[in-house]
Design a protein around this ligand. Structure first.
Ligand SMILES: Nc1ncnc2c1ncn2[C@@H]1O[C@H](COP(=O)(O)OP(=O)(O)O)[C@@H](O)[C@H]1O
Ligand SMILES: CC(=O)OP(=O)(O)O
Ligand SMILES: [Mg+2]
Length: 407
């Protein structure tokens, strides 16, 4: 293998994020985002080459295939086209890998079929991931395509955390268990937190709070995940932008029997019209905080419900781990919202958890501590970098596959 560049694709339900990374030195040659895919003329493309101005346009991007072609055209304009011999691999974030995929995997027809089979348990994500892979294959059929699975990091969870307390035969027949998601981020952030503390990951217990549009918490003991808040699908756990997180499953029967709703309608309700959006009409934490500060009661209640759930998980994972060295906040909300971080830990001084309000208010892109100097448990803001992690894992895998001494 001669090339040293990896293109990373993170295809979501209505967006594609991409980065072209040179693995010699780890520099990002281009970073881009196609969002609001399929929303008529309202799609937006933003492309930033490392050595040039950002380009931004809005216009029709009808589907994920078109989004990837728009990305390819933007890369071409910078002389970074997909036909470059410098490209060593394309790395794809794939959300659901079931139990089969515990490691990054070179994609072949059997891998594609398995990702497709898992669509019912990741209906918002796996279809977009598949389109990303198929379009990338059509653009560069000769290049290794690598899948890096959100579920992989969580496969170390013990059965006591991974199983639901339902009839074992029924669960096994349908492979119903807790898989967990955002694993690439939880792995990266827990490792970076150990580095920030100047300790080996094997010696550190961390509660990672990945708070983006989708949100999940995990308990990481010595670098291995022992529990996480998402389950069979990315619907369980924390209150999210548009997803409900935990609730009594009987709500679903009630909505069917008494509310006359179909399974598909309830699926849409819980995945797309719930969470912060369902509670107050907004899913963006910036807007919610603006409304809270202006005295909006619905936004204030939505914020309180979000924080209450988060605090419950922090307490639960404290108990699961027994000893906690650090709590790490990451992703869009975790990295940027000082009010969320402060409220989530308020009143937990008895657990050794506290936030220094001066440090918490400082903005920045680097991993940093926000707990008081004498705190028993470190509290950190650790920006996640799923793309670099996917690129690193993909590049390592294709190099390994090319090394005759290793095969
Ligand atoms: N400056 C900010 N302050 C508060 N929240 C923010 C800020 N910037 C982004 N966010 C939140 O982060 C969310 C997006 O997080 P991100 O991790 O990018 O999500 P995803 O990867 O799921 O698209 C937004 O919906 C918004 O709620
Ligand atoms: C798994 C998941 O919820 O991903 P995202 O946060 O990208 O929607
Ligand atoms: Mg994300």
């Amino acid at each position: 293998m001669s090339g040293s560049r990896v293109l990373v694709l993170n295809s979501g339900s209505s967006s594609v994020k991409y980065q072209l990374i040179d693995m010699r030195g780890g520099s990002r040659l281009a970073v881009g985002l196609v969002e609001r895919i399929g929303e008529g003329g309202g799609s937006r493309v933003k492309h930033t080459p490392a050595d040039g101005e950002s380009r931004e346009w809005t216009g029709p991007v009808p589907d994920h295939d078109a989004a990837l072609k728009a990305m390819a055209a933007e890369l071409d304009r910078d002389g970074l086209g997909l036909d470059s011999p410098e490209l060593a691999a394309i790395g794809h974030r794939v959300v659901h890998g079931g139990l089969r995929f515990t490691e990054p995997t070179v994609i072949d027809d059997a891998v594609l079929a398995e990702i497709e089979r898992l669509i019912p348990v990741a209906p918002l994500h796996n279809p977009a991931n598949l389109t990303g892979i198929r379009t990338a294959q059509s653009l560069r059929p000769d290049l290794p395509q690598v899948a890096v699975f959100d579920t992989a990091f969580h496969t170390t969870m013990p059965e006591s955390a991974a199983r639901y307390a339902i009839d074992v035969e029924t669960a096994d027949a349908h492979r119903i268990r807790r898989y967990g998601f955002h694993g690439t981020s939880h792995a990266y952030v827990s490792r970076e937190t150990a580095r920030l503390l100047g300790r080996a990951p094997e010696d550190v217990n961390v509660i990672v709070l990945h708070l983006g549009n989708g949100a999940s918490a995990s308990a990481v003991r010595g670098g291995r995940c022992v529990d996480t808040s998402m389950g069979l699908t990315p619907l369980e756990g924390l209150v999210m932008g548009t997803r409900s997180g935990d609730m009594d499953p009987a709500v679903i029967f009630h909505l069917m029997r008494v509310g006359g709703m179909s399974a598909d309608e309830i699926d849409t309700l819980l995945n797309k019209r719930s969470g912060l959006t369902g509670l107050c009409g907004d899913n963006d934490m910036r807007e919610i905080r603006r409304r809270v500060d202006a005295g909006d009661e619905r936004a204030a209640l939505a914020f309180d419900i979000y924080i209450h759930r988060l605090k419950k998980y922090i307490g639960a994972y404290y108990a699961v781990l027994g000893r906690v060295d650090a709590v790490a906040f990451t992703a869009g909300v975790g990295e940027n919202s000082a009010p969320v971080r402060e409220a989530a830990l308020a009143g937990l001084e008895g657990l050794g958890l506290a936030v220094d309000s001066g440090l918490n208010a400082v903005r920045g892109d680097a991993a940093r501590l926000i707990s008081p100097a004498d705190a028993r448990v470190a509290v950190a803001v650790v920006p996640t970098d799923e793309e670099m992690e996917i690129a690193t894992q993909s590049y390592a895998l294709v190099n390994e596959e090319c090394n005759p001494l290793l095969t």
